[in-house]
Design a protein around this ligand. Structure first.
Ligand code: MV4
Length: 497
């Protein structure tokens, strides 16, 4: 393996290109029309165009990517996350073209992609799954009998699903028939497959996932990530380890994740998602057969470069993770920085990045895909960058994240930076009392005060004016929706809020 085509864009493409270079591999970027001058294009050894801006005409077109790999003389393809990463047909097509797919075997992707099939395999491997069905339900009669057996409330889920689409909560038998119909129709629209099945609804769980890594000899786990801070299935903050996971739970959940991976013949990096109930019981939900957005928090507490390990494993080398017990060291936290306006229903915002100041200093990592001058469009998802910190303890990690968020300046598009600052300062978040419904209860964290919004608009204008004047003073400034402390204080004194 010498030359890797990176079939992705943004921060993850850049992350993969850097890992290739550290592994002594050449990296080939691909780009759509909108990404001609994107950072990942300039970081690569070679970059090839693959079509218009719309993903359906570029990053999602298997033939375009295989053509580019052929033209570049690449011998491997890394899919990143999103786009084609979990399409078994893509992994298969890459292999059929005589190239190495940097990921699991197509059969493992396929097995985990079908949720009832995955549940059957997990049961056979003694991995705890949520009580429920292993086969899709078609008719309301058998569904009622099953729901009675499971006990209400039950959840109707899409068999081809994942990510929350086609899910319906049912509290009473009278609601079941309608829920089956709406879930099936949603599933057909989203996945082209109307099959649905039933599970018991787990109330107020945490979302905890285990990182696994498998080479041809061994399968190991690298502990958990706590991903409960999410809104409408979009994760916003992740951390490792989890306050709710004791060494015993870690050992059991880790063993379950390793068994899950082995049950499908897994290879490379993957993640098993679990629901962790308040009483310590946990249930396998699904396996993500790709590198995930939040992988850096695991890297920081386990001292492993997961993308480099993916590349080594794909090239037939053993992983460089020691055998025996691995333990997390310290605490890592990640904030997803998105071009969305939390005070406006998290609608995506677009525009030109007029100004960017990236935080730094000890224990701070910036996995970004944007630079000042870049245009943020609606063609791609709203993730601009990930701000990741490490510190010896959770309170110190939170304080360090607040410090880093204070340093961060993004002007030109609205971002969720202000939301992150409010969340990290919140006593309930700091106490660790979080579950997947946390933000549903705490809508107060989503919308800033009106006066704050006004202050911010003024702060952004001030930042831009300063930038233009090429002032050598540190800009006293702006974060889309939040102004820094000094500025807010000035605004308050001047009667602006
Ligand atoms: C559940 C659940 C409660 N009980 N299954 C959401 C997406 C998909 N990965 C599975 N999901 C859930 N399955 C049972 N039996 C709650 C969720 C869920 C959720 C899970 C992880 C992270 C965020 C979530 C938000 C809402 C619901």
């Amino acid at each position: 393996m010498k030359r890797v085509l990176v079939a992705n864009r943004g921060e993850i493409a850049l992350r993969i290109i850097r890992a290739c270079h550290e592994e002594g591999l050449e990296a080939v970027a691909v780009y759509s029309a909108a990404d001609r001058a994107a950072p990942h294009v300039r970081a690569a050894d070679l970059a090839l165009p693959i079509g218009p801006s719309a993903p359906s005409e570029s990053y999602l077109v298997i033939e375009r990517l295989l053509e580019a790999a052929e033209r570049a003389g690449a011998d491997a393809v890394h899919p990143g996350y999103g786009f084609l990463a979990e399409r078994a047909a893509f992994a298969q097509a890459v292999q059929d073209a005589g190239l190495i797919f940097v990921g699991p075997p197509p059969a493992a992707i396929r097995a985990m992609g079908d949720k009832t099939e995955a549940r059957r395999r997990m049961l056979a491997a003694d991995v705890p799954v949520v009580p429920g069905a292993q086969e899709p339900v078609r008719d309301v009669g058998p569904a009622l009998a099953l729901a009675r057996e499971i006990g209400y409330p039950v959840l109707v889920k899409a068999a081809a699903g994942g990510g929350g689409k086609g899910m319906r909560v049912v509290h009473q038998p009278e609601q079941l028939e309608a829920a089956l119909a709406t879930a099936a129709s949603e599933a057909r629209k989203a996945f082209g497959d109307p099959s649905v099945y039933l599970e018991k609804l787990i109330l107020e769980p945490r979302h905890v996932e285990i990182q696994v890594l498998a080479d041809r000899e061994r399968t190991v786990h690298l502990g958990e990530r706590e991903c409960s801070i999410q809104r409408r299935h979009q994760k916003l903050v992740e951390e490792a380890p989890s306050v709710a996971v004791t060494p015993e739970i870690r050992e059991w959940m880790g063993a379950a994740a390793v068994a899950a991976a082995q049950a499908v013949g897994y290879l490379g990096a993957g993640t098993c998602e679990f629901l962790l109930a308040a009483n310590g019981s946990f249930y396998f939900l699904e396996m993500n057969t790709r590198i995930q957005v939040e992988h850096p928090v695991t890297e920081l507490v386990y001292g492993v470069d997961l993308v480099r390990e993916q590349l080594r494993i794909a090239g037939g080398q053993p992983m460089r993770v020691p055998s025996g017990w691995l333990h997390p060291r310290g605490w890592a936290m990640e904030c997803r920085i998105t071009s969305e306006d939390p005070s406006n229903g998290f609608l995506p915002s677009t525009g030109r990045i007029e100004y960017l100041r990236v935080p730094g200093g000890p224990g701070v990592r910036w996995d970004g895909g944007i630079e000042a001058g870049d245009e943020v469009s609606l063609f791609y998802d709203s993730l601009l960058a990930k701000l990741i910190v490490w510190a010896p303890t959770r309170p110190e990690a939170i304080d360090r994240m607040i410090r880093a968020l204070d340093e961060l300046v993004i002007a030109g598009v609205s971002t969720n930076v202000g939301f992150h600052r409010r969340l990290l300062a919140d006593p309930a978040f700091r106490s660790g009392a979080i579950d997947i419904q946390f933000l549903d209860r705490r809508t107060d964290l989503l919308a800033p005060m009106l006066s704050e919004r006004e202050a911010i608009e003024l702060a952004v204008a001030a930042a831009l004016a300063e930038d233009e004047a090429r002032s050598c003073r540190r800009p006293s400034v702006a974060n889309g929706e939040h102004a820094n402390r000094a500025w807010l204080e000035r605004a308050r004194l001047e009667g602006l809020r």
